[in-house]
Design a protein around this ligand. Structure first.
Ligand SMILES: Nc1ncnc2c1ncn2[C@@H]1O[C@H](COP(=O)(O)OP(=O)(O)OP(=O)(O)O)[C@@H](O)[C@H]1O
Ligand SMILES: [Mg+2]
Length: 415
């Protein structure tokens, strides 16, 4: 909407033209037009700096400036006030250029009627104002887009953070679940051991004496019965084997019952391992088993029951030897590992190059009486005794198959 009162700066050097135009403007209907006249560029610019105008009517040919230079000078100081250029009849080319360079419109002097001229000024003001409104709306819109973009970026960031937090939580739940399952299977294992341990001592003591009597009987018969009767010799041999097997089971069960009786002292593990290896040297040589040792220096002492750890190592070394009937390599690694600050573990690894453990057996090898060597005299008590002894030492044991073949046993003592 146009203001009813407008003020116009008329920069025109010809006094008659200026007077005529001023009169025309002042006569306009519906508008009260106030006109200030400047006869030169400099005085026009002075007026511009003193007062605010709604429009500038500018003659390009002035005593102190001419052509488009005049427009540039005024435009630079107009502060957005619309400029309508006044040109002579022959100057339409310049007028068009003036419009390109920022003038709102042009009026050809002498050719304009009153209404045409007033309309031209009013349109110039209106156009300028529309431009302003548009520019403001555009700026506001841009600001809104900027704000919204920032909001979206923030929301995006929050979302990513939430996703990350959720992922961490899921990982925690997964680990907790894994620990729970592990604890569950340890509890089941412990319960099994409890049952076996409970039965063990009673049964073992009950059966030990009758077995000794049977064995004595077998030895008596072997001495008394003539050795040329082959079927009798074979039968008595069977009985002897069966009794010896029963006797080794009884001894295994008695080991169970004595696991909790510990005689702990701090000592080095290497001499115990060496003793085990010495006891088995003959068997290793016979089976062509090569031994490789990788033992770190300055190993710390461990609190342990020497006899029981000896029993653990013998069981494991014998299992490894059993798995390599046609020879192979047994590797022993002993080293320490830093866990948390102040916490350290001593690790014993026994690696063989034997058959490895069958996949469906891997979950059962620690079960009492689980054996794949029954026909060769295995009782299946070895690993369950090993595990129980290590548990009383607060040590862990893991068995896995090696990618290159054979099994790997890892014992972890905490120090
Ligand atoms: N190093 C190994 N390589 C392959 N299989 C193994 C190894 N150690 C143990 N096993 C498997 O685990 C089973 C259980 O072992 P465990 O020592 O408890 O009993 P065993 O050796 O069969 O009998 P025992 O120890 O009473 O002579 C074995 O029968 C064997 O199948
Ligand atoms: Mg064994």
């Amino acid at each position: 909407m146009l203001e009813r009162e407008i003020s116009v700066l008329l920069i025109e050097d010809e006094p008659e033209v200026a007077a005529l135009m001023s009169a025309i403007l002042k006569k306009a209907k519906n508008i009260q037009c106030q006109v200030d006249i400047a006869g030169q560029l400099t005085s026009g610019i002075d007026l511009l700096s003193q007062k605010k105008f709604n429009a500038i009517l500018l003659d390009l040919s002035l005593p102190d400036s001419s052509g488009l230079e005049t427009l540039r000078s005024v435009y630079a100081r107009a502060g957005g006030t619309p400029i309508v250029v006044l040109t002579g009849i022959d100057d339409e080319e310049i007028a068009t250029q003036a419009v390109r360079q920022g003038a709102q419109d042009y009026i050809v002097k002498g050719s304009t009627d009153i209404n045409g001229m007033v309309r031209s000024v009013i349109y110039a003001i209106e156009r300028k104002r529309s431009e302003e409104v548009l520019r403001k709306a555009h700026d506001e819109l841009e600001e809104k887009v900027r704000e919204r973009t920032a909001e979206l970026q923030q929301a995006n960031k929050n979302l990513l953070k939430e996703i990350e937090e959720r992922r961490e939580k899921e990982e925690e739940v997964r680990i907790a679940n894994f620990r729970l399952k592990e604890t569950q299977s340890q509890l089941i294992q412990a319960a099994k051991m409890e049952v076996v341990g409970g039965l063990a001592s009673g049964v073992a003591h009950e059966v030990k004496n009758p077995l000794a009597i049977i064995l004595q009987g077998v030895e008596y018969l072997e001495r008394k019965i003539p050795s040329d009767d082959q079927s009798i010799v074979t039968t008595i041999g069977f009985i002897r084997n069966a009794v010896e097997r029963a006797d080794s089971i009884v001894r295994g069960l008695m080991d169970f019952s004595s696991i909790k009786e510990m005689n702990i002292s701090k000592q080095q593990i290497v001499p115990i391992i060496d003793k085990g290896l010495m006891l088995l040297k003959h068997q290793f040589d016979k089976q062509h088993i090569k031994l490789e040792k990788q033992i770190a220096d300055n190993l710390p002492d461990i609190a342990m029951d020497r006899n029981k750890i000896e029993q653990v190592l013998l069981n494991l070394l014998m299992n490894a030897a059993d798995a390599m009937p046609k020879g192979g390599t047994l590797t022993l690694k002993i080293y320490t590992k830093d866990n948390l600050p102040d916490a350290m573990s001593l690790i014993v690894e026994i690696l063989d190059s034997g058959s490895g453990i069958e996949n469906d057996a891997i979950d059962q090898i620690f079960d009492p009486f689980f054996t794949t060597k029954r026909t060769k005299g295995g009782t299946g008590l070895g690993l369950s005794i090993v595990r129980s002894i290590l548990e009383t030492h607060k040590a862990g044991i893991e068995i896995s198959n090696r990618p290159e073949g054979g099994a790997q046993i890892t014992i972890t003592f905490s120090i």
